[in-house]
Design a protein around this ligand. Sequence first.
Ligand code: NDP
Length: 444
Amino acid sequence: MSYVDEVIERVKRENPGEPEFHQAVDEVLESLRPVVDKYEARFRKDALLERLVNPERQIKFRVPWVDDKGNAHVNTGYRVQFNSAIGPYKGGIRLHPSVNLGIIKFLGFEQIFKNSLTGLPIGGGKGGSDFDPKGKSDREIMAFCQSFMTELSRYIGSDTDVPAGDIGTGAREIGYMFGQYKRICGSFEGVLTGKGLQYGGSLARTEATGYGLLYITEEMLKSHNIDISGKTAIVSGSGNVAIYAIEKAYQLGAKVLTASDSTGWVYDPDGIDVAALKEIKEVKRARLTEYKNYRPNSEYHEGRGVWQIKADIALPCATQNELDLEDAKMLVANGTIAVAEGANMPTTEEATKYLLENGVYFLPGKAANAGGVATSALEMSQNSERMSWSFEQVDKKLQDIMVTLFHNIDEAAKRYGFDGNYVVGANIAGFEKVASAMIAQGIV
Ligand code: NDP
């Protein structure tokens, strides 16, 4: 049996009941076959792949909190410190009822390669809880965040592990967590990113993932002599990534026709109104059913369905496995040119394969949405030098990072004979740097 197959089998055996983690390992290791085959003897001797798929540390803890009626609740908190070969662990905190150890491990594993691709010195980690922030009062959110950080504070620090936001963790939650960390540790340091601008946050961090997604999509299309200006796009999600992806798409001259949330989706033939979306989601924290009040010409549908709308570019920006084989078939039938993943692993393995086989340009999340964590690393740099850069400075660095990232994955794909396959290119380019650092640092 090949080394890759052996390790995949072992991961499945030793991590039962974690399908998302299996899927992520499978997808990455499959595309690393050409590199692993080339250096198999060395990698086997160093147990490099076994070390890569085993988190350096995983922490699971109780998070008790009290609701507004005085009743106590208990959630489970996680932090998976996956790989620190190239820098302190870095990765967001997801607050969503679907969170379990397998999901956090899948996200942490992906984060290793994504962080490596940014070209910045950050290792891979991820955390979260099965706490559902929906419908909770501000006080309840604060109670949860303080309890979560009371335990997490033992394991993080500006030079060891620097968490950030993710689904369910925005500026409000980061603020409560930062306050509690400072209170417990007595230290004002850049221990979290995504902070408010008044206390160490970076300009352009809020916009970074969505903007970065469009910068890399534009660059990829340009490399195929296609201008993004004048193109139509369909977007899923209406959270942080989706909103700023839509905003930047307009700035680059494209028109976005859809948005969605966990209960339904909207189709706006005149183009999604970003200001309305921001008000509904960022200010009112309401459902997309409200969108029709702002745009009477739009349609609201329950359930999922954005991928059936004909457009040139598809940008999945909600959650994992939200674009399946049937959706991929619709995209191909509709003549979609490109799919770029704003969310983490939104496209199933079969759907990705189908898109690639049918000539759709496909940018995987670990490359396409790396602008968020890259800007988080820029926030860390600003915190270290106790300076704040202007929006334009950060945005320019983000743009440069995404353009360089695209050319690195394009080059890696070509070097191994997979021209135009950015899934292979991203995995190889991300892996090469981490693998060399792990080898240089010995068996640790
Ligand atoms: P948000 O919580 O701001 O938004 C998530 C959006 O997806 C919301 O519209 C939400 O709907 C919808 N959604 C969540 N879960 C589901 C589900 N199970 N089915 C359908 N829709 C769902 O998160 P972000 O925008 O920050 O993150 C979106 C994705 O991007 C995630 O995969 C995240 O890991 C990834 N990502 C985020 C980065 C960032 O900087 N924020 C960086 C890199 C990746 P509703 O409004 O109903 O909750």
